[in-house]
Design a protein around this ligand. Structure first.
Ligand SMILES: NC(=O)c1ccc[n+]([C@@H]2O[C@H](COP(=O)([O-])OP(=O)(O)OC[C@H]3O[C@@H](n4cnc5c(N)ncnc54)[C@H](O)[C@@H]3O)[C@@H](O)[C@H]2O)c1
Length: 256
């Protein structure tokens, strides 16, 4: 018996990294997975491997959220995982970059909660997991100011949505997950996004290895480490958790 037996879970950004690992872990725990992403080839591959369904979806598009909510059928979980990292020094960040990152990382999460929470409530209740970051818990070094702002917003939006849901008796828990340095394609994408501390052509190591210098023990995590925490929050084993931050960072934020 799996901890997600009988549950239907929608996962955004499921074509890659943490989203794909979560889809596979949720399916292994007994869930029926609905994977969505703007990357159709990757999303379809995830759905196939998880034995689930795929729908193309840009999380910034509200009309598409309505269509996904309509087509999904009963749902018991949502993982608002889709995210981007535009890593630039503050004074070199354009308003367009700021808005693009806010649109995916913050508005995408808001729209997901707004349109899917009622579906979960009307399906008997369940769990929403929003991907924040250790960058959403405290200030961050050069290049991460604007990304950090998006993840801080996700953290407090999550808590407020959790309170509203609990006080209204909707039976939908809402929690945030805060990964540390996790080895996924996001690091290559951020290195490609422009001048930043992560695309130093003179460095002898790749971006994720350099960032791992800040992790006690010096090693990055894998996407499956985050997926395990997400599956726990989606399951009834976490039935008394709402409005919480699940930090999975190998001690990165534990102290100096
Ligand atoms: N990898 C890390 O070290 C790390 C650390 C902390 C938090 N996170 C967060 O975890 C989440 C997953 O990141 P990842 O590392 O797996 O990254 P990733 O780049 O491997 O995957 C992100 C996925 O989101 C999709 N996506 C991007 N924009 C989208 C949009 N507008 N609509 C729908 N899908 C979209 C991409 O196509 C991709 O499949 C993100 O929210 C990220 O900020 C990652």
């Amino acid at each position: 018996m799996g901890v997600l037996d009988g549950k239907v879970i929608l996962i955004t950004g499921a074509a890659s990294g943490i989203g794909r690992a979560t889809a596979l872990a949720a399916a292994a725990a007994g869930a029926s997975v609905l994977a969505t992403d703007i990357d159709e080839a990757g999303g379809r591959e995830t759905a196939e491997r998880a034995g689930g369904r795929f729908m193309p979806q840009d999380v910034t598009n509200e009309a598409r959220w309505r269509e996904v909510a309509e087509a999904a059928g009963p749902l018991h979980g949502l993982v608002n995982n889709a995210g981007i990292a535009i890593v630039r020094p503050l004074l070199e960040t354009s308003l367009e970059d700021w808005r693009k990152q806010q649109a995916v990382n913050v508005e995408g999460v808001f729209l997901g909660v707004k349109h899917i929470l009622p579906v979960i409530r009307d399906s008997g209740g369940g769990s929403i997991v929003n991907l924040s970051s250790v960058a959403g818990l405290r200030g961050n070094s050069v290049g991460l100011s604007c990304y950090s702002a998006t993840k801080g917003a996700v953290c407090l939006f999550t808590k407020s949505a959790a309170l509203e849901s609990a006080r209204r008796g909707w039976n939908v828990r809402v929690n945030s997950v805060h990964p540390g340095i996790i080895d996924t394609p996001i690091w290559d994408r951020m290195a490609e996004s422009g001048p930043s501390p992560f695309n130093d052509p003179t460095a002898s190591t790749d971006p994720v290895q350099r960032a791992s210098g800040r992790v006690p023990g010096g090693r990055p995590g894998g996407p499956e480490n985050i997926a395990d925490g997400i599956v726990f929050l989606l399951s009834d084993n976490a039935s008394y958790m709402t409005g919480s931050e699940l930090v999975i960072d190998h001690g990165m934020t534990a102290g100096s």
